[in-house]
Design a protein around this ligand. Sequence first.
Ligand code: KMH
Ligand code: ZN
Length: 274
Amino acid sequence: MEKLIITAAICGAEVTKEHNPAVPYTKEEMVREAKAAYDAGAAVIHVHVRWDDGTPTQDKARFAEILPAIQEACPGAILIPSTGGATGMTPEERLQPTELMPEMATLDCGTCNFGDDIFVNDMPTMRAFGKRMLENGIKPEYECFEIGHLDTVLAMAKKGLVPGAPMQFNFVLGVNGCTPATVENLAFLVNKIPAGSTWTVTGVGRGAWPMAAAGIIMGGHVRVGFEDNIYLARGHKAASNGELVAKVVRLAKELGREVATCDEAREILGLKKH
Ligand code: KMH
Ligand code: ZN
């Protein structure tokens, strides 16, 4: 089986220090959490940024300050800035990190409920994001929260509206109001992706560890991190993103799957050598 790529989603836009005091807001905290995840075995860091008070932002200058600092602390790591941002942000606001020409960025594949909010990714938004990524040579990570999201982006790829093969999907399962984090749902999605694609699974909340185990044994890749889950085990909050990544490494070892280095992850994802 291909080696396992571990992604750390170190802060997200929704989780706060009130949920877990280790959630990073400042540049220093972001670097600390990224490095802890990298040192533990993460090859990919999914990056949202916040202002120092914790407010989520897609500000280009804030990304321009934090992405290089993370890269310096984590040589060779693949950084995937978010274009999802937080619910309620405009498409223009969300697209800002793509102006920095990252090698990858997320592309969210459809509108969905998101807890009490609605995460809007209508067709004009998706076409604009696809166009930007084609123009700027950015490989998208296609975020699918619902089964219909996958069909939508596959149809867009066929029409050349978003970058095509080899495609990287992230199945985010267990968001309140979206597809539940079950092995059955994950298998359904995985069976629909084109040959030669790669996929990652993200289990949200209590779905985190069952989905991590499923991703490992099904030959996919795994994302963990405070964006998705703050617990190392039931009732036990993680002290860092590094602890969450270290648990994936332990699970992989127990289940006989080797963990990919950054260089190996680049090769698996079809990215340039660093
Ligand atoms: N914060 C969520 C509303 C992404 O990074 O592209 C969207 C999100 C997805 O986190
Ligand atoms: Zn995200």
